[in-house]
Design a protein around this ligand. Structure first.
Ligand SMILES: [Zn+2]
Length: 263
């Protein structure tokens, strides 16, 4: 499609071809209401996947109230139309999604940009920063550390903006074409400290270069004698701080429990 688009620059257009057809005046209310219930997703997989297999597999994984209707609009690119807003919002909030271990990048519905021009090269991940001193486990440091990797969407802290725990969790929009960050070097009172990073829910990625997607579909690097990336980047467990629900629980006289395991 890029080729066809580029060809336009070299063509001498006839008067009819060059006359611009304004699409804004078309009644798009039906499209808009459908778009409000929709998301767009791309599964990063070299082989072409069958729509029906994707549809039935994802309905099972997502546990939807009613199956989402998928329309294939490009190679492994689907418009996902959900039956309810609740389903749509839950799937969007629960990203990243996977199909058979491959990343299913899901982005908001965009009815304006041509499908071929949509970008699927970033996805949100919960990232755990380990080996931090307690004073560094707060929202401010989460934004600082997370910001060195990608744009920070959320820092998992309590209402007082403190996130004490076995690690600090930050939700970050990750550039999928960059090697996964394995940690950050921090200076604590003049001493350098290595803070390793682990990711909650990782898709298959390249252990040679650490990328989730390759620009040229295959890796351009020679494998190193000592592997630089591996399954150790995957967090053993994920947890979510839920102080609001905890508070509610405590009001009812429940036991103190700071951590609620997720899945
Ligand atoms: Zn690679």
């Amino acid at each position: 499609m890029d080729g066809l688009q580029n060809q336009w620059c070299n063509l001498r257009l006839s008067e009819e071809e060059d006359a611009s057809i304004v699409l804004e005046d078309v009644d798009v209310s039906v499209v808009k209401s459908k778009g409000d219930l929709s998301l767009i997703g791309k599964i990063w997989c070299d082989r072409q996947l069958g729509k029906q297999v994707v549809e039935s597999t994802m309905a099972r994984i997502w546990r939807l109230s009613k199956p989402a209707v998928m329309k294939e609009v490009g190679k492994n690119v689907f418009v996902l139309s959900f039956a309810t807003h609740a389903d749509k919002e839950r799937i969007e909030a629960g990203r990243p999604s996977f199909f058979d271990g491959q990343l299913f990048v899901i982005i908001p519905f965009d009815g304006i940009t041509p499908v071929q021009a949509l970008k699927f090269d970033a996805a949100p991940f919960w990232v755990q920063f380990h080996n931090l001193p307690l004073f560094g486990m707060n929202k401010e440091y989460g934004v600082k550390l997370g910001g060195s990797i990608g744009s920070v969407l959320e820092v998992d802290v309590d209402h007082d903006e403190v996130g004490w725990g076995s690690c600090l969790r930050v939700k970050i929009m990750i550039d999928l074409k960059k090697s996964l960050a394995r940690g950050r070097t921090c200076t604590v009172q003049g001493t350098k400290v290595w803070c390793p990073i682990q990711y909650e829910k990782l898709p298959r990625f390249c252990f040679t270069c650490g990328r989730i997607i390759h620009e040229n579909s295959t890796c351009q690097l020679e494998p190193k004698a000592t592997p630089q990336f591996g399954a150790w980047l995957q967090a053993e467990s994920s947890f979510k701080r839920k102080w609001e629900s905890l508070q509610e629980h405590n009001i009812k006289g429940g036991a103190m429990n700071n951590r609620v395991m997720q899945e």
